[in-house]
Each structure stands twice: as C-alpha cells, then as structure tokens.
Design a protein around this ligand. Structure first.
Ligand code: MN
Ligand code: MN
Length: 486
C-alpha cells in the first residue's frame, strides 16, 4: 500500500457527522456492567456464587485438582490412565492427572487431533507460606513453625492475618493424611505476629519495608501450653507434637516429607455496597481456572478437539514435574492421538502442537486509584472493563515475554467481538517499572499460537485479591467463544 494519504482540505465537520465518524473509527473503552441487561446481570451474580464456592473448596493446587476431577466426573469425563483400551477408543471426554497437582481435560470431536487443538491453560497454585522441613521450635514459652514463602509476596501482608493450614502428611507407614485446619469457624487458626506500633519506631518505621519484614520472621504461632515442668527441654514443642500424635499419629520426622501450606483462613466474600466485586485469596489464578473449566464444560460438540489444562508451579516459574515446563502436555496429546486412532508418534504430536492455538489464562493487574503511577494509563487494565487481552508479558524491553502474533491476536478479537465479549487490553505496569510472566511462554515454545488473556485484579498476590464479578463472567464468555473457533 502506498503512503499517499489524501490532504484534509475540507472545513470543520458538523456535529452529526462527527458523532457518526467517532462511532465508526474511534476505539471504545467500556465498562462491563454498563453493557449488560438485567438478565445478563443476574447471570453475572449467579456465576459469582459458583466461583466463590470453587475458591473456598480449592485453596491449594491439590485441592483444585480434586475439585476439577469431581466436576469433570460428574460431567461424564473418564480418567485416560485407568480405563481399558477398548473402552478408551469409544470415549470422547477424558481427563489426565499429573502427580495429583496438575490436571488436563479434553473433548475429542470434529477434526483429527493432528490438525490442532483449542487449548486454554491456567495455573492452580497461588502464593502462600509453606512449612519448612523442620518447622517446629519453641521460643519464650511459645511454640512456632518456620515457613518458606512460595511465589512473589509482599511479606508484610502475611503478618497479623488469620491463617489456615492445608496439605498432606505421609506417615512412616505410608499412610497419607489430608489435613485442613482453620477453615471451619470452630477450628483454631494460626498467625504470624507483628511488632506493636509503640515499639516499631527504630526497628521498623524508618527502614525499607523489605528489610523490616524478612522471610525468616514469617514464623507461625502454633501453641503455648507445655508438657512437663521447666526442667523438660522442648516442653512447648512437645505439647504441640503430642496433640498431633494423639490426633493423627504423626511424629516430628513426618514433617520432613509433608507438604503443608499456610493460606489465609477466610472465605471468598462480596466486596462493596453493591456486591459487584469479590475479595478472596487465590484468585490468581483460580479466576481463570474456574472460568476455563465452566467454558470447557459448555463445549458440547466442538468442531475441533478442545483441551483445558490446569498447571501447578506457575508462581515459581512453571518448574518441576507438575509445571508447564514439564512433559505433561505432550503426554496428554500423545494419548489423545491414540484414543482417536491417529498415529501416536513424536512427529504427529509435534504437528498437533504447531497446529494448536492456546489461551494462556492468567490474570493481569488492574490499575489502582491509589497507585496509578506504576501504570501507563492508555495501556493498563481497569477493574470492570471486561476480560483483559495481554499481547506480551515480560519486563524491561519485553525480556522473558510471550508475545502473541498479530494474526492470532486479531483472530481472538474478531471472535470476542462476534460473541459480544466485553474486552480490554492491558500491560503489566509502565515500561521498566517491573513486570512478570505467565506459563504462556513455555507452551509457546512448542510452536502453538499463545495469547495471554484473563481478568484484571486489584491487590494481586495479597491475602485478599479483588476481582470484578463482571470481569469474571466476561472471562467465562470469552473463553467459551474461544473454544468455538474452528
Ligand atoms: Mn497467575
Ligand atoms: Mn501470580
């Protein structure tokens, strides 16, 4: 195309012409609630109720996997790893679990798997405090537990908040115990204590926040009643251990292999007089995981195979055998090829991946009225403005980014517009302000098209992340439309 733009020689346009032109060529910024009718608003609020229940039932990656399997089995999905080959060849709806911490669902249909799959991938781990291997100790007649934080947290936010313990303990005889303490109103809770303001002057208030709230100070109070008199060594620690031994039959050594996570002991709640928002722990990234799951279940007879992946370990770089860097996706695709009676070999698996298109379903940061300065307003996401499309992640010159192709991005926008999805775009903060990544780039490595897309949150990674109910619903509508792409 030539660059010969015509000169603008006509005079000022009249009001009507200008309005028409504005509507036609200027991009619209929208607030989702403005665009919803009464019926749609009711759908938004009922969807939010289901979402809150999911958040309460799935506070850890293991719990999320269990919830997802429960819901999938209720919809007739079959575990691809435990049924006979004969039955497998007839089934179209399957799931696959990886080590109890990642799970994938797939629906076959329409075209061969080799021609590509519509994939949405989210993560089900969230920032938290993990108990250390040797957690228990006593100091000043108090029993405490040492933690190592998991993921990117602002450490001060974890002091003085009620905490619950979730996780598994494997006893020396191999028996596996699932424990949850602190969620029931009758349960005790746990807490990291903080210094009173009266004495915080020298030690805390004139120092850098990061220096004051050290990781090694994130120690959880867990008891203050001893066994025995002052002559007994470790009497407060023993007090706690005896209770655990009596209740669960566990000993101190069993903590070494245990995976126990301290998470905020609170249920998901409505926020605001109008109940338009949700405040809860773990919305990064269970907002996307839930919307993805519901959108996936809405796929009845897809024109091409559809897949929903839920990964662990995103918050620490998608590492290990349960993160998006693992071979889970490849294994699952190979098995799908097999049950669809296609060639289950490396070449066909690679073809499938290159032909696939994927939404990396993760949250973005909503611009905060009190901290606007870290964003570039024109390219920041707003709470309530719909599902957020993030073309590229990364930081400082797009380093470490997953950067979606123009062609794929345009395809998604066209799909969203056709399906009346309210959407916006957002980039994570101003240039050189900071940044972050998602699991998108690890899936993009396989050759599939990948675009980051999900709701924007306020207070991300805090014990109380805030979302807009309208955005959560639009994320669901957006994901549902993605699965319909042929
Ligand atoms: Mn995330
Ligand atoms: Mn995160």
């Amino acid at each position: 195309m030539s660059h010969g733009l015509k000169l603008n020689l006509r005079g000022i346009m009249n009001k009507k012409e200008l309005e028409k032109l504005t509507r036609k060529i200027l991009k619209k910024d929208r607030n989702t609630f403005d665009y919803l009718n009464k019926k749609e608003k009711l759908l938004v609020f009922s969807f939010a109720e289901e979402y809150k229940t999911f958040l309460d039932n799935a506070k850890t990656e293991r719990e999320a996997v269990n919830e997802i399997i429960k819901m999938a089995e209720a919809k007739g999905f079959i575990n691809i790893d435990i049924i006979s080959n004969k039955k497998l060849l007839k089934t179209k709806k399957v799931y696959k679990v990886f080590k109890g911490k990642s799970v994938g669902l797939a629906v076959l249909g329409g075209e061969p798997v080799e021609n590509g799959i519509n994939i949405i991938a989210s993560h089900i781990d969230s920032p938290r405090l993990d108990l250390k291997q040797n957690p228990l100790y006593e100091d000043l007649d108090l029993a405490l537990m040492k933690t190592h934080y998991y993921g990117g947290i602002k450490k001060y936010q974890w002091f003085s908040v009620p905490l619950a313990l979730h996780g598994i303990i494997i006893k020396s005889n191999g028996e596996k115990l699932n424990i949850t303490i602190g969620e029931n109103i009758k349960d005790p809770i746990f807490a990291v204590s903080d210094l009173l303001p009266h004495l915080a002057g020298k030690l805390q208030q004139n120092k850098k926040v990061s220096d004051v709230f050290e990781g090694e100070k994130l120690n959880i109070l867990c008891g203050s009643m001893s066994l025995g008199d002052t002559k007994l060594k470790n009497r407060f620690k023993l007090g706690v251990l005896k209770l655990l031994y009596d209740k669960y039959g566990i000993t101190e050594e069993d903590f070494i292999s245990a995976e126990i996570e301290a998470v905020p002991a609170a249920k998901a709640r409505d926020v605001g007089f109008d109940r338009s928002m949700i405040g809860a722990y773990g919305q990064d990234d269970r907002a996307c995981a839930f919307a993805e799951l519901k959108a996936f279940f809405a796929v009845e007879n897809p024109s091409k195979p559809a897949m929903a992946l839920f990964f662990d370990k995103e918050e620490i770089g998608s590492e290990g055998n349960t993160g998006a860097k693992s071979k889970f996706t490849e294994d699952f695709i190979l098995e799908l090829l097999l049950i669809n009676t296609e060639k289950a070999n490396y070449r066909t698996m690679r073809k499938t991946m290159v032909n696939s298109q994927c939404i990396s379903a993760d949250v973005n940061a909503a611009i905060d009225p009190d901290f606007k300065e870290v964003h570039e307003k024109m390219n920041a996401a707003k709470l309530g403005a719909g599902i957020c499309i993030t073309k590229y992640t990364g930081s400082r010159g797009k380093a470490g980014a997953s950067d979606a192709n123009a062609e794929f991005l345009s395809k998604i926008i066209q799909t969203f517009n056709k399906n009346k999805v309210i959407w916006q775009t957002g980039e994570l903060g101003k240039i050189d302000e900071g940044g972050g990544g998602t699991l998108g780039k690890f899936l993009a490595k396989s050759g599939m098209e990948v675009l980051d897309c999900g709701p924007a949150l306020l207070s991300m990674h805090s014990p109380l992340e805030i979302s807009s109910k309208a955005d959560i619903y639009m994320t669901y509508i957006g994901y549902k439309s993605f699965f319909s792409i042929s």
